[in-house]
Write a protein that binds this ligand. Structure first.
Ligand SMILES: [Zn+2]
Ligand SMILES: [Zn+2]
Length: 291
C-alpha cells in the first residue's frame, strides 16, 4: 500500500515553476495560529489531472490548514478535494469510478466468488429459505430482506466491501435487512439498518435482545438474572466468555471468592485471638504451684 502511494507520488511530481503565491494572487487569509496575516505558498495544481479529475481552481485553506481545490470529473460532476488526497492518489474521481468498478467487478467477474456475494446469499437464505439452518432465527421471526436488496448489485453498492473479520449485522436486531431507500422501505418506514461489524460487537448487540429458553421458559437474560438470583454480568461471562452451556450457566449457584474464603479459612483476627487465649492459659498452668 505504502509502496503504491509512493509510486503515485513520483508520477504526480510537481512542476517546479508552478508555485503560486496565494497571498498576492488569491484572497488574503488570516493565519489562525498567530492572528497575523501570513504569506502562504501553495503549489499550484490548476490544470493538473488526477485520474478522472481535472483541477479547475483553488478554493480556500480550510480550518485544518489544508488547501482545497475544485475539480471537474470526467462524468461532469464538480467537487472539491483537498490537495494531499489528490497527490496521494486517494481521490481519482467524484465517486463514479468506484461505483463503476463495483458494477463491472460483480456483474461480469467471479461474482459468486466474492466474500460480499457469499454474505449476501446467506442473508437471503436465512430469511427466505425454510431449509436454511438459520431460518428459525430469521425468516421464522419475521426478519425480511427489503425489495431492493434482493439484487446483489444493490446490496453491494449500499454496503461496499466487507472489512476483514467483519460480518453483516443489523443495527436493531428486531428489524429487517433494509436499504431505507426503496419503495418497500419507504412504505413501511424501514430505515437503513445494517453495518459490517466484528463478532464482539454483534454478540453485545444480540445479548441485550436475545431471548434464552431454559426449562421450557423463554425470556431475556435480565429476566433470567432476576429469576435465578444470579448477577447478570456473571451470567454473561459464563455464556459469552467461558462458553458454558445454558444449563450449566443457569444451574450452578454463584459463590463469590469472599464466601469461599470464609468457608475454608479462619480469619487472621480470629486466629490471633485464639493464640492469645492459648498463651494466657499456658501462663496460668505454668504459674500454678504443685501441691
Ligand atoms: Zn465522476
Ligand atoms: Zn429497501
Amino acid at each position: 500500500m505504502l509502496q503504491k502511494i509512493k509510486n503515485e507520488r513520483l508520477t504526480e511530481e510537481m512542476p517546479e515553476t508552478s508555485i503560486v503565491n496565494i497571498y498576492s494572487d488569491l484572497e488574503k487569509k488570516e493565519c489562525r495560529d498567530t492572528g497575523k496575516r501570513r504569506e502562504r505558498k501553495i503549489k499550484d495544481l490548476i490544470g493538473r489531472i488526477f485520474g478522472r479529475l481535472k483541477v479547475i481552481r483553488f478554493i480556500c485553506i480550510d480550518n485544518s490548514h489544508r488547501s482545497i481545490w475544485e475539480c471537474l470529473c470526467e462524468c461532469g460532476i464538480i467537487k472539491n478535494f483537498c490537495r494531499s488526497t489528490l497527490i496521494a492518489g486517494h481521490s481519482k474521481s467524484c465517486g463514479c469510478l468506484r461505483k463503476e468498478n463495483a458494477r463491472i467487478k460483480f456483474t461480469t467477474h467471479n461474482k459468486s466468488q466474492s466474500k460480499e456475494y457469499r454474505t449476501w446469499n446467506s442473508m437471503i437464505q436465512r430469511c427466505e429459505n425454510q431449509n436454511s439452518v438459520g431460518f428459525r432465527y430469521y425468516g421464522e421471526r419475521g426478519i425480511k430482506v427489503c425489495q431492493k436488496w434482493h439484487k446483489f448489485e444493490n446490496f453491494y453498492e449500499d454496503m461496499g466491501e466487507r472489512p476483514k473479520g467483519n460480518t453483516l449485522d443489523r443495527i436493531d436486531n428486531n428489524l429487517h435487512y433494509s436499504c431505507g431507500k426503496c419503495e418497500e422501505c419507504i412504505q413501511n418506514g424501514w430505515k437503513f439498518n445494517n453495518r459490517w461489524a466484528t463478532p464482539q460487537k454483534q454478540n453485545f448487540n444480540k445479548r441485550n435482545t436475545l431471548k434464552i429458553t431454559y426449562n421450557g421458559k423463554t425470556q431475556s437474560l435480565v429476566e433470567w438474572s432476576i429469576e435465578l438470583g444470579i448477577n447478570k454480568k456473571a451470567l454473561e461471562s459464563r455464556i459469552y466468555r467461558y462458553n458454558w452451556s445454558i444449563e450449566k450457566a443457569f444451574s450452578i449457584p454463584i459463590m463469590s471468592q469472599y464466601q469461599q474464603n470464609n468457608n475454608n479459612k479462619i480469619k487472621i483476627i480470629e486466629l490471633k485471638k485464639r493464640i492469645k487465649a492459648l498463651e494466657t492459659e499456658l501462663q496460668e498452668i505454668k504459674n500454678k504451684t504443685i501441691r
